[in-house]
Design a protein around this ligand. Structure first.
Ligand SMILES: [Fe+2]
Length: 374
């Protein structure tokens, strides 16, 4: 971590020089707002005590200087009697304006997916059937890198799904319950409960906060077919940006509604199939043709949507883009529902699955703890 070597105050900024010969300039009021002294900041809760809106935004600090060794920038503000120290490590995090970072993620298709990197063994992740901190770190590394992981030799019980979910956060309650177990069941209102083919899709298009992770554990399989299908939605996005830029733009602009009607609820949400983060990078794929609500745009946009949707769906259903695998009892998929589309080939016979969702913010918390994103 670079150390501070000099400080210079201007009318509007504090200019800092670092021992790696870089410079950074912080606006004065930004520094006041980010003071983490005991009055301005609650160190127990990591919450701001400083009342930003009530402060004079033109206030000027006195006597900015470095302490011995350049570990801290020190200055005194007129609304505070005592000098305030800003650790160099804190300032360096914000030396550049864009401080967000995400560790690289590997895009893949059916050819390039490194199968050997997908698989994790239950025994290596757990101790007494509880996921260890090291196990969680290995799991989230794999999911972040490739979008999903395959856990092998998992005890075929809902408790296994529960253990993985609780290592990440908590089990999300939905209209389907928290932990669920299902076989082909014509009594339910959702297409996931039939033995018909399920084309690749994301879950929760009807939710404003689509599930972050999904887990699917195969508990029993005595059937023909039923291959699980995984597709890298980010790879489809990149391919469309390169080969079909107008279609990609349409999917970035047109908000598509999803709905779930049944089991006593009428859920609905809408967003573009390609949603970007503030950094301009693709952040979330939303695509589920089954759950798309009836909607109507002007004729030109409707045509743009149908054309772009066809391009996307054709790529998602292209076997060259897919990872296909018949799950054996004791195999569990854990996947990023904001990146990966999942599907399942038709099957005949008996197939029992258990699963649940984990919220996005809890998955992202795990990524931060593993040093994979800021
Ligand atoms: Fe699904």
């Amino acid at each position: 971590m670079p150390q501070l070597t000099s400080v210079h105050q201007t009318a509007s900024h504090i200019d800092l020089t670092w021992d790696d010969n870089t410079r950074s300039a912080f606006p004065l009021f930004w520094l006041r707002d980010h003071a983490q002294d005991d009055v301005s900041w609650d160190h127990r809760s990591h919450q701001r005590e400083f009342f930003t809106a009530s402060a004079d935004q033109s206030m000027v600090p006195e006597h900015p200087h470095l302490d011995d060794g350049g570990d801290n920038l020190i200055m005194t503000w007129p609304d505070q009697g005592a000098p305030i120290a800003y650790p160099s490590s804190f300032l360096y995090q914000f030396a550049r304006i864009d401080v967000r970072h995400t560790a690289p993620q590997r895009r893949w298709d059916g050819q390039s997916l490194p199968e050997d990197e997908l698989h994790l063994n239950w025994d290596e992740l757990t101790s007494d059937d509880h996921v260890t901190a090291d196990g969680r770190s290995r799991l989230v590394n794999t999911i972040h890198h490739l979008g999903f992981a395959v856990l092998n030799n998992v005890p075929t019980a809902m408790a296994s799904v529960d253990a993985v979910a609780k290592s990440m956060g908590y089990v999300r309650e939905t209209i389907f319950g928290g932990l669920w177990q299902f076989a082909a069941n014509e009594g339910m209102d959702d297409s996931a409960y039939t033995p018909k083919e399920l084309r690749p899709h994301t879950d929760g298009t009807y939710s404003h906060d689509a599930p972050g992770l999904q887990m699917l554990l195969c508990c029993a399989y005595d059937a023909e077919g039923g291959d699980s299908i995984m597709v890298d939605g980010f790879a489809i996005h990149d391919k469309m940006r390169a080969d079909h830029p107008e279609d990609a733009q349409a999917l970035a602009e047109i908000a598509v509604p999803g709905q779930y009607i049944g089991d006593g609820v009428m859920l609905r949400a809408e967003r573009p199939p390609f949603r970007y983060g503030h950094d301009g990078e693709i952040a979330q794929i939303t695509f589920n043709n089954y759950d798309r609500a009836p909607f109507r745009l002007n004729d030109a946009d409707m045509a743009r949507f149908y054309k772009a949707s066809k391009t996307f769906d054709t790529l998602a259903n292209d076997p060259a883009m897919q990872w296909r695998h018949i799950l054996n009892p004791g195999q569990m998929l854990v996947f990023d529902n904001w990146r990966i589309l999942h599907g399942r080939a038709a099957f005949r016979g008996q197939r029992e699955m258990a699963g649940c969702y984990v919220n996005r913010e809890d998955y992202e918390s795990c990524l931060r703890k593993a040093g994979l994103r800021s």
